[in-house]
Ligand binder design. Structure first.
Ligand SMILES: O=C(O)CCC(=O)C(=O)O
Ligand SMILES: [Fe+2]
Length: 309
C-alpha cells in the first residue's frame, strides 16, 4: 500500500474556479484516501517548495543557537499552553518510550507582543506568514471534507473560526532532529515515537531525508517519503471521532537513522485544532462517541505527551 497523491490543480490557494465535476472528483479522491489510509499527498496546492525551504532555513538558524539562548523562549514560560521552544527529549509522543530525539518551536499565537527569538532576524515574520498559508489551505481542505461526506460543506470549517488566536489551539511546529549516534541512544528511543495526532487535520512538510512512516490498516509501517512540492496531510484523532471512525487517524513515527548515518532532519507540521469551545459531536448523528469539548480533549492529550505532574 502507498499513500495516494491528489492533485489540487484548479483548487490551489490562488484559484477556486473549478468545475463542479472536478470538485466532486477531488472530494472523492480525498474521501478514498482518508477512509483507507488517513494520509494523502496534495500536489499543486499553491504552497511552493521554495516557501517550505525558506521556513526550514530560518528555523535551522534558530535551532543552531546555544541552548541558553533558546531557554527563555521555552514552551512553559508563556502564558499559553503550547507556544514556544521544546527542548530535546522533552516530549514523548509515545509515552511508553524515552523522550523523542527532536527539538521544536511552536507558533500558536500570532500577536507581536509575545516573545520571539530576537537573534534570528525574520524568524517571526516567516513563521507567521507560513502559518497563514497553512491556515488557508487547511480551511479549503476542511470544506472539501464536509462535502465529501455529503454534509453541509461548512460543517467542519465553522468550528475553526479562531485559528491564530487564544481561542483556538492550531499550531505551526517547526521540528529539528539533530544527528544521532544510534549506539548512544537510550533503549527504545526514537526520533518521534508512535502516535496519532490530536486535533482535526495536520499538514506535514519534510526535508529531503524523509523518514516518516505510517501504520497501514493491515498493520505494517509504510514509508511516507519526501516528495518535493507536495504537502502531506493526515487525519487526526478528533476528526476520526467527529466522523464516527469513517476517516482514519493513522499512527505514525520517525525511527532513528541507521547506524553511522549522521544526517539531521527537519519537518514542519501544522496541527489544525477546532476552536476551544467547539463541541465535537459525531457528524452522522450516530452518538458513537459522546460530545466532547475540543479544548478539554486536547489538554488531556497534551498531559500524556509531557508527563503527568
Ligand atoms: O517530523 C515529522 O515528519 C512528523 C512529526 C509528527 O508526526 C508530529 O510531530 O506529530
Ligand atoms: Fe504526528
Amino acid at each position: 500500500m502507498e499513500i495516494p497523491i491528489v492533485n489540487f490543480e484548479g483548487y490551489t490557494l490562488e484559484e477556486s474556479n473549478i468545475s463542479s465535476q472536478d470538485l466532486q472528483k477531488l472530494c472523492n479522491s480525498l474521501k478514498t484516501a482518508f477512509t483507507e489510509v488517513g494520509f494523502v499527498y496534495l500536489k499543486n496546492t499553491g504552497i511552493t517548495q521554495h516557501e517550505v525551504d525558506e521556513v526550514m532555513k530560518i528555523s535551522k538558524e534558530f535551532f543552531d543557537l546555544p541552548a541558553e539562548m533558546k531557554l527563555p523562549l521555552s514552551r512553559s514560560t508563556y502564558n499559553d499552553p503550547n507556544h514556544g521552544w521544546v527542548s530535546l527529549e522533552r516530549e514523548r509522543l509515545n509515552p511508553q518510550r524515552p523522550g523523542d530525539l527532536k527539538e521544536a518551536f511552536n507558533t500558536r499565537l500570532l500577536q507581536p507582543d509575545i516573545k520571539w527569538p530576537e537573534n534570528v532576524p525574520g524568524f517571526r515574520e516567516k513563521q507567521v506568514s507560513f502559518f497563514m498559508r497553512c491556515k488557508d489551505l487547511s480551511l479549503k481542505v476542511l470544506k472539501l471534507m464536509g462535502r465529501s461526506l455529503g454534509l453541509d460543506p461548512d460543517v467542519f470549517v465553522s468550528a475553526h473560526k479562531y485559528i491564530g488566536t487564544d481561542k483556538n489551539g492550531t499550531t505551526l511546529r517547526t521540528l529539528y532532529y539533530p544527528p544521532v549516534q544510534s549506539d548512544h541512544a537510550k533503549e527504545g528511543q526514537l526520533r518521534c515515537g508512535e502516535h496519532s495526532d490530536y486535533g482535526s487535520i495536520t499538514l506535514v512538510f519534510q526535508s529531503p531525508e524523509g523518514g516518516l512512516e505510517v501504520l497501514s490498516r493491515s498493520g505494517e509501517y509504510i514509508s511516507a517519503p519526501y516528495i518535493p512540492g507536495t504537502a502531506l496531510l493526515n487525519i487526526a484523532d478528533l476528526m476520526q471521532r467527529w466522523t464516527s471512525d469513517v476517516f482514519i487517524s493513522a499512527v505514525h513515527r520517525v525511527l532513528l537513522p541507521p547506524s553511522g548515518n549522521s544526517n539531521t532532519r527537519q519537518s514542519l507540521a501544522f496541527f489544525v485544532h477546532p476552536d476551544d469551545e467547539a463541541l465535537i459531536t459525531c457528524c452522522d448523528g450516530s452518538n458513537k462517541y459522546p460530545p466532547v469539548n475540543s479544548v478539554d480533549y486536547l489538554m488531556e492529550r497534551f498531559k500524556e505527551s509531557y508527563g503527568r505532574k
